[in-house]
Write a protein that binds this ligand. Structure first.
Ligand SMILES: Cc1cc2nc3c(=O)[nH]c(=O)nc-3n(C[C@H](O)[C@H](O)[C@H](O)COP(=O)(O)OP(=O)(O)OC[C@H]3O[C@@H](n4cnc5c(N)ncnc54)[C@H](O)[C@@H]3O)c2cc1C
Length: 474
């Protein structure tokens, strides 16, 4: 058994950030990763998918030349997209650069699966590490498939195969109409794939405002996508060439099937029982400083606070501050012991400036075209919480910029009338994710509505529609 300061299990965006920063701070840090350092985001998630979206959106813009500027011929080719993902995003799914970065920060990297082995201990391969100051679990999630007969016997795609694809199929069934499914749907449709989306709920993008779902569904249909909601799949078969999905009387067939119905944390693999934490939970429960239990922290998707890279890195900052505070207090206590001073055993006072996680203004962006940005509560979430809700909604076309662009979209504001502040906001449009920033500040800082109304909004911007939505609040 080897004594180190900190062991970080799982080096996705969350774990990589914690491990790197603690190593830079001078701690002896062991970082354990069984697959690629960086995790889903750079190799099979955010980065390559946004490269695909960038490419698909250039095609869509080119198709609009006839509306504004004459004519253009467009010949989509997937090869440059696949090449960019291979060469620029993933280095052919090789993490050498990321491993080197961590080692240069002073960390010690071990490839393997980490598992708790009692309080303060992590076992990886044949080694056991005793962590003097803490263990950080940042093991993320993996795609989960719904319990549909026959599905697991078929060669269906997850996001991994969809991102790694070099030759596009002619047709694709997408099971799941959430953010990831819709982003990929639009990309493939714009490259000429016949895409059918199957969603169990009554609308796609069901976690966002219903108005957002409508705009995105219309945009996808305009791209040729076939969308079926309220469909509960009964059975999936693959005959060696094509997939068939059955739901009641309906049958849907395609060359490929992409399953994007959610993701699951695999807590049963982590040895949680050895530290007295239940493994039969959906996510790892944490407090507002991301502590699971004494000396154990968790960050990222595994906490269930929001499956976003910006949640993982936000949480990582809190864990680093909390862990370094713990180190400082333990060092202070050791110093006072050495000096023979009377110690009450609690060490130096905890640092109250260590931030606490606060997700009231958690931003979410679905990078379809138009983009859907959302922050804080939706209207229905606010009503469920008993808030005295006021809503203001305007189409993006009400702003000069939206009209000039012929852009689809909207701004929707959700206010707490009693407090006179926004508790949620949605911006759908060509730059919905960017326009969201103003709404995120307003929700995060609880900027009074009167202040928001008094601001000057630049003309003609997309975000100027926020001032119209403020006037619409009622
Ligand atoms: C297609 C797609 C698009 C996305 N787009 C966006 C986006 O645009 N914006 C955004 O904010 N988010 C996006 N996300 C979500 C984002 O990728 C995740 O929120 C983020 O990767 C979470 O980071 P993490 O560190 O918690 O987990 P992961 O990135 O999942 O990393 C966890 C790591 O732990 C490792 N691991 C697991 N168990 C063990 C073990 N026992 N021992 C050792 N290693 C282990 C895994 O191999 C993995 O590398 C997207 C996701 C997908 C799938």
């Amino acid at each position: 058994m080897e004594l180190v300061d900190v062991v970080v299990v799982g080096l996705g965006v969350g774990g990589e950030e914690v491990a790197g920063r603690l190593a830079e701070a001078g701690l002896s840090v062991v970082g354990v990763e069984r697959n690629l350092v960086g995790g889903e985001c750079p190799y099979w998630g955010c980065v390559p998918s946004k490269m695909m979206i960038r490419a698909a959106n250039t095609l869509a813009e080119a198709h609009r030349v006839h509306e504004f500027a004459g004519s253009a011929r467009v010949s989509p080719d997937w090869a440059p997209v696949a090449e960019r993902i291979r060469a620029e995003a993933t280095d052919t799914w090789d993490d050498r650069v990321a491993v080197e970065r961590f080692v240069n920060q002073g960390g010690r990297f071990i490839r393997g699966s980490g598992r708790l082995d009692g309080p303060g201990r992590v076992r990886v391969n044949d080694q056991v590490f005793q962590a003097r100051h803490g263990i950080v679990l940042s093991t993320g999630t993996r795609p989960s498939a719904p319990p549909v007969d026959g599905l697991t016997d078929t060669p269906y795609w997850t996001n991994h195969q969809a991102i790694e694809v070099e030759r596009l199929p002619e047709s694709l069934l997408v099971l799941g109409g959430g953010a990831i499914g819709l982003e990929l749907t639009q990309v493939f449709a714009r490259f000429g794939v016949r895409v059918t989306v199957i969603e169990t709920l009554d609308r796609v993008l069901a976690t966002e405002e219903p108005e957002s779902s409508e705009v995105v569904a219309a945009a996808l249909r305009a791209d040729g996508v076939d969308i079926h909601t309220r469909v509960l799949a009964d059975r999936v078969d693959h005959d060696g060439e094509r997939f068939t999905l059955r739901a009641n009387e309906a049958r849907y067939t395609a060359d490929r099937l992409l399953v994007v119905t959610g993701r699951r944390a695999h807590l049963d693999e982590l040895g949680l029982d050895t530290i007295g934490v239940r493994a039969d939970q959906r996510f790892l429960p944490v407090d507002d400083r991301l502590r699971v239990t004494e000396g154990v922290w968790a960050v990222g998707d595994v906490t269930g606070a929001g499956a976003f890279t910006h949640v993982a890195t936000y949480q990582a900052g809190i864990v680093v501050a909390d862990l370094l505070d713990r180190v400082r207090r333990s060092d202070a206590e050791a110093a006072s012991d050495r000096a023979g001073a009377a110690s009450d055993g609690t060490g130096a006072a905890p640092d109250d400036t260590v931030p606490r996680a606060d997700y009231r203004a958690l931003p979410r962006v679905t990078f379809t075209d138009p983009e859907v940005g959302g922050v804080g509560l939706t209207e229905s979430q606010a009503r469920q919480r008993g808030i005295n809700v006021q809503v203001g909604t305007v189409p993006l076309g009400s702003s000069a910029r939206g009209w000039i662009h012929r852009a689809d979209g909207l701004i929707k504001l959700v206010a707490d009338a009693d407090r006179g502040v926004l508790v949620g906001g949605t911006s759908v449009g060509p730059a919905g994710g960017e326009v969201l920033s103003g709404l995120a500040v307003a929700v995060h800082a609880a900027v009074p509505l009167a202040e928001l109304r008094d601001m000057i909004y630049a003309y003609p911007t997309f975000y100027r529609a926020i001032s119209d939505a403020l006037r619409d609040l009622s």
